[in-house]
Design a protein around this ligand. Structure first.
Ligand code: DOR
Ligand code: ZN
Length: 421
């Protein structure tokens, strides 16, 4: 006897307006239209149903940084925020700059992650770029053009050489473009001046001029309108640069300390004016403990957690009719999947069956209900819509605050050598 399909998402309102039942089997959408019977049926009437998000910029920590976060807590935070695929950044301790540390990271994620994942390679002067590619690196970077928390920067000549090698492999270079002035880092305004929007723009231009062979460039977390305007490559922006400005809190509030900095209200508005130029929204989820964030400003580490609140903050804006649902799907799911080259999630037959269901009512961010180990959020009290149900690979990974076993996968990059020497 033929097996019944695994799952039907019934009464789905498709982005183009039509209603359909989505039939899912073996992790893929097999039919969109009328349905018959399945092992499980979820009625989606009254919900927004979205292809789940791919967050292409997270720092899942782990190892000696596990008090901040690890794969177990960080991936649950992702799932509870409607994110089923994360791309982990290589500025871990130890950094992912050798095939051995890379392989250990994949193993750690395979054992502990509740969400699917890809892992990037660090790029330092000594990194064996070709060997990292063969080990299954998704993309290269974030490559630091200025030092940041746990990030070693490359000079212009080194940058140029690294981009040439990445280009020869057909890889994607993801860039942390910043410049740092001199002076004291005494508070949010000073931090914004030290790592100013002008310096960010200059770094974008410098990276582009160092890119002599035309490597594919992705600019991580651009924080200012002028750098978005200067960028020739894909543009990523974070929720903290879209939703926070330094005027919203006290100057000494280390929770808002991040690189690139949270800017002025004027810059924040300018970023929203570039909405159509933003290719990808990614969280730059960079958790630090409460304790670290209460250190004096110059000593506190930079970074803001956000993988769980990214889509919920955007969904509140959708319900409030300030942005469109299709833009949210494009910038949080379709575009990042295409950039890193993994199968898209969506409603068409053949699509990866990762989805999230959001109710049509707004709540507020309550840090006590979030799953990151760091235990705080700068978005406390902000309007948000959290998913009720999250589907990963065609099975239920999360429902009403509860997690279920599903089958997360590792997405290696295209260079993975199937016959290691
Ligand atoms: O503020 C930041 N924190 N910026 C980065 O680029 C790295 C990140 C971290 O890992 O904490
Ligand atoms: Zn960065």
């Amino acid at each position: 006897m033929e097996r019944r399909p695994d799952l039907i998402l019934a009464n789905v309102q498709l982005p183009e307006g039509r209603r359909a039942d989505i039939t899912i089997h073996d992790g893929r959408v097999i039919h969109a239209g009328a349905s018959t019977a399945a092992e499980r049926r979820i009625d989606c009437t009254g919900f927004f149903i979205l292809p789940a998000a791919v967050d292409m910029h997270v720092h899942m920590r782990g190892g000696i940084q596990s008090a901040k976060e690890d794969w177990e807590s960080g991936s649950k935070s992702a799932i509870a925020g409607g994110v089923t695929v994360v791309v982990d950044q290589p500025n871990t301790i130890p950094p992912l700059t050798t095939p051995e540390t890379f392989a250990a990271r994949v193993k750690e994620a395979r054992e502990h992650s509740s969400c699917s994942f890809a892992i990037n390679s660090g790029v330092t002067p000594g990194t064996p770029i070709e060997a990292m590619w063969e080990a299954g690196t998704m993309a290269f970077g974030e490559i630091f053009f200025a030092p940041s928390s746990y990030g070693e920067a490359l000079g212009k000549a080194e940058f140029s050489h690294a981009l040439e090698r990445i280009q020869a492999l057909g890889g994607l270079a993801t860039v942390h473009a910043e410049g740092i002035g001199s002076g004291k880092d005494t508070g949010l305004a000073a931090h914004d001046t030290l790592r100013s929007p002008e310096r960010e723009q200059e770094a974008v231009i410098a990276v582009q001029s160092a890119n002599r062979k035309g490597c594919r460039l992705h600019f991580c977390h651009l924080s200012a309108a002028e750098s978005v305007d200067a960028a020739q490559g894909s543009v990523e922006v974070t929720p903290h640069h879209l939703f926070l400005s330094r005027e919203m809190t006290g100057d000494a509030d280390c929770r808002f300390k991040v690189n690139p900095p949270v800017r002025s209200e004027r810059e924040r508005t300018g970023l929203w004016e570039r909405w159509n130029r933003i290719d990808v929204i990614a969280s730059d989820h960079a958790p630090h403990t409460n304790e670290e964030k209460t250190l004096p400003f110059p000593d506190a580490p930079s970074g803001i957690p956000g993988v769980e609140t990214m889509v919920p903050l955007l969904m509140a804006k959708v319900l409030e009719k300030q942005i469109s649902l299709s833009d949210v799907i494009q910038k949080t799911s379709s575009a990042p999947a295409a950039l890193i080259g993994i199968p898209p999630s969506g409603f068409a037959p053949g699509s990866r069956a990762d989805f999230a269901l959001y109710p049509r009512s707004v709540t507020r961010v309550n840090p006590d209900l979030l799953h990151s180990r760091c235990g705080w959020s700068p978005f406390e009290g902000f309007h948000a819509i959290f998913p009720r149900t999250v589907i990963l690979g065609g099975s239920m990974a999360y429902h009403d605050g509860e997690f279920f076993r599903s089958t997360p996968v590792w997405y290696p990059g295209k260079g993975l050598s199937l016959h290691p020497h």
